[in-house]
Design a protein around this ligand. Structure first.
Ligand SMILES: [Zn+2]
Length: 318
């Protein structure tokens, strides 16, 4: 569409005469053409990091049966478990984008660093020292624990993740595609989860090889599932005029999902193995959260492919 009065591009803020209107917003030709581009390296990175989660669970089960556990070994296992999915995600994202000559902004690294910093310096002190979440959860009955997971714990994590993205990247000229919402939300999610769980394990000098470290993998799965949901909502909201309830709905869905997964993660592992022996299995919480991650990934990637295709078709028809 062209016009005699110049309008301002939503992304670069340059006045443009020869502009396109997409979802009631103005875009220059360059930014309009790439808006719904798919980012295959993102899904490669996502698959690789998820595979590492699953492989680590196997390695931990094997190591549990064989390794002698000194304090140092436990610490090394916990830190490796907490950070290797994130490192895999970052390395595969940049390697695959180099290979396909796609641009992934180095802002991803900035978002990752900010998320780790916020997890360490804000979320943990606030939840553990100020709110006293652990004491609260230990004392509560199952129903109150469920409510606490959703209303206190998850709402804070989701708001923090959302705030990081809103303030660090929302208006950036490095946020140019709807799918960049996933890139930045996942960079935040993997990093935030690694730091939270890594520091939790450091607090007690390294977790037990299987039970403790499986808890790390379980929680990472929950945070990453929720980042996918956040990525879907912020990507669309940044570039298309959505209904006013759209973003709040996204935050609510993300909070409900995180609360349910974190609740399942701890609660399912409280179920005794069987009636005749003591002890609890560390696996049900992990399996449920991993399935949660796989389902969220497939639902979100299908929805985003469909969304992008329908907008590209509209653009082609215009
Ligand atoms: Zn532009």
């Amino acid at each position: 569409m062209s016009n005699n009065t110049p309008e301002t591009c939503t992304i670069c803020n340059e006045p443009v005469k020869d502009f396109e209107i997409i979802g009631d917003r103005v875009y220059c030709k360059a930014h309009a053409s790439g808006l719904f581009a798919s980012i295959p390296p993102l899904w490669h990175a996502q698959s690789a990091a998820t595979a590492v989660l699953i492989i680590l669970a196997g390695v931990l089960a094997f190591a549990n049966a064989t390794a002698t556990t000194s304090d140092l070994v436990r610490l090394i296992f916990s830190i490796t478990t907490a950070f290797s999915p994130l490192l895999t995600w970052l390395i595969i994202l940049f390697l695959m984008s180099l290979r396909r000559q796609m641009t992934i902004s180095t802002q991803v690294i900035t978002i990752s660093a900010i998320s780790m910093l916020v997890a360490a310096a804000i979320s943990r002190p606030f939840l553990y020292q100020f709110v006293g979440l652990q004491e609260w959860l230990t004392a509560a009955n199952p129903i109150n624990r469920f409510v606490a997971h959703i209303t206190i714990e998850s709402s804070i994590h989701v708001l923090v993740l959302y705030a990081i993205l809103r303030f660090a990247i929302w208006r950036s000229e490095q946020f140019v595609r709807v799918n960049d919402g996933y890139v930045y939300a996942l960079a935040a999610g993997w990093s935030y989860a690694s730091m939270l769980t890594g520091l939790d394990s450091l607090d007690i000098g390294g977790y037990t090889i299987l039970e403790g470290n499986l808890r790390i993998l379980t929680q990472i799965s929950a945070y990453v599932s929720v980042s996918l949901v956040i990525g879907l909502f912020i990507g669309r909201n940044r570039f298309i005029d959505m209904q006013p309830y759209y973003l709040p709905a996204g935050v609510l869905i993300a909070t409900g999902l995180l609360g349910s997964l974190l609740y399942a993660a701890t609660e399912l592992n409280r179920i005794p193995l069987n009636l005749s022996s003591d002890g609890f299995s560390p696996w049900p919480g992990f399996v449920v959260n991993l399935i949660g991650l796989l389902i969220t990934t497939s639902v979100v990637s299908t929805l985003s492919r469909r969304f992008n295709r329908s907008w590209q078709a509209r653009q082609g028809a215009a």
